[in-house]
Design a protein around this ligand. Sequence first.
Ligand code: C2E
Ligand code: MG
Ligand code: MG
Length: 628
Amino acid sequence: MQVSNDLGSNPLAAQACSAPSADAREQVLRRMALNYEAILQTASIGIAFTRELYFEHVNPRLEDMFGWPRGTLAGQLSQVVFPSKADFDELFSYTQPLLMQGLAVDFERELARRDGSLFRGHIRANSVDPLRPRESGVIWIVEDITEHHRSVQELQRVRDELEMRVRERTDALARANEHLLNEIAERRVAECRIRHLAHHDSLTGLPNRRLLEQRVGEALTQARQRGRGCAVVFLDLDRFKTINDSLGHGVGDGLLKAVARRLAEVVRPTDTVARVGGDEFVLLLADIAGADDAVHVAERVLERLSQPYRIERHSLRITPSIGIALSPRDGDEAETLLGHADAAMYHAKAQGRQCFQFFTENVLRSSSQRLQMENELHGAVLHGELRLHYQPRIELARGTLSATEALVRWQHPEKGLVSPGEFIPLAEETGLIHAIGDWVLREACRQQRLWRDRGLPVKPVAVNLSAQQFRSRDLHDSIRRILSDARLPAHLLELEITESTLMHNTGETLDTLQRLASSGVKISIDDFGTGYSSLAYLKRFPVDLLKIDRSFVRDIHTDPDDAAIVRAIIGLAKSLGLQVVAEGVETREQANFLNATGCDEVQGFLFGRPMPPEGVEQYIAGVCTMPV
Ligand code: C2E
Ligand code: MG
Ligand code: MG
């Protein structure tokens, strides 16, 4: 049973055991055919058998897949399931050689339904007899993989999209990173710049006072260790302010830069050149054997800086005053050494400029005297120690008084009468000039009122205005107030402003002058010839009078250049319609020369020194005339 059962379930095995009858064989074959037919009918994949390119047998699944009603696809040329003849031909030329080699083909491609719509098919094919694939027939297994293909494509799209996003994100991160790195680099540069700015002067790029103090400290430590010394050389440019005020800050800045360059050439690379103030520079000679080394440097600085400069279109000359302090002799701390070199520089300036001065006991004494004077000057204003002296100004043609100039003095309790040259620069430095200037204006106007009240034929009084006063915002108002308090008409007050003050910031100057002139006050240019006047401005400024500086008048007879300058100034004043006064006239020859040249007025010891109010009264009263 077991065997027959086995045999019944396996016809081929049964064949092998005994020779079956024709009926039995036919039965077996029919059963096989039925079995295979059943497999074909129920298969969930499309199966076709083609011969000579025609469908000979197809299963229902294949017909459904291609949209052919049952029983209609068999007998059709297999080309009908391809989108075009070209597709079919291409497939044919691809599959035929493989099938002929007995190989199975396996591929995917677009297939066409009966209604022309397309779908994606996976095809596997095998020939029954590789030697004659067309004639023997080919078995095709077809699957509709449209959905699968779509999912794969979708998956691919999603993956591509994801990859793209990742790429984009990576790029964005890379960019952000680069941006961050740039920012860090920029911040480092900015920090460097800030650190540099904190330690350097922005105009010249030289170390500033802060860095200098640090370096002096370091140099002192090293010098101590080596048993050597160092020197601090403090230098200030003589009359730099005149250049800055007259030719403008552009030229001033250019000159400072040129000075900085020349100083750097004079010292060794291990030394330091610093700028510590407007026109103040300090050289630190870090390692010197003795005072002689500092002398050599100071001489080289004097020589090098005194050579002419070409700034913009100006040819300029400037000289330094130099103070030197040595370690350990004059101090072994940065602050002390710098202070002592500064004091020595002041001394050099007082000695007549363009020279150098070592720090000494004498320097110390005079610097503490200066400090004392500064303190006392505060008291001078408060305690009423200031006095006004008046110097007559004479009209040359008639020899009569044309005006007086009020010149301040300090009646010091111990020193006696101190001249303005000794305290006005200090007052300007400390800002006390505002209080002093205000007092002078009030006192001069009060005195005029007094003389007027006594019926004297008063002439205008000229009052000197310092640059700081001239630039103060309330100048115009305070002058009006002072005149009104003294009940004095404006034409009895004249203001003397130096040439260099006028040439500073010419736009604002013009404004101030116009306001002053409109109030009726007369304006004169003092010390004319010592600044760097621009003739164009002279013409525009509403000034009434030029005062030729006494340095030109002094040698008028011995120096042909001075005579020519005085003649030129008088000619210029005339052509601009200005009155001209010569200062410092001490001899009759000078007065005669000036008279012959057309000068209007003179002022000088020949006609009267500055004197207390009582002295000048006789001039005002007309008692004292000066025939020239
Ligand atoms: P300044 O305005 O040019 O005044 C003329 C100076 O020349 C006066 O010097 C006067 O004494 C002097 N002087 C006049 N005639 C002769 C002369 O024939 N020979 C010589 N060698 N000198 C003569 P002082 O009084 O010492 O004044 C000097 C400077 O001080 C003045 O020069 C002026 O710039 C300034 N100053 C005087 N008083 C004041 C003031 O109240 N305010 C301001 N800001 N400065 C003043
Ligand atoms: Mg004057
Ligand atoms: Mg003068």
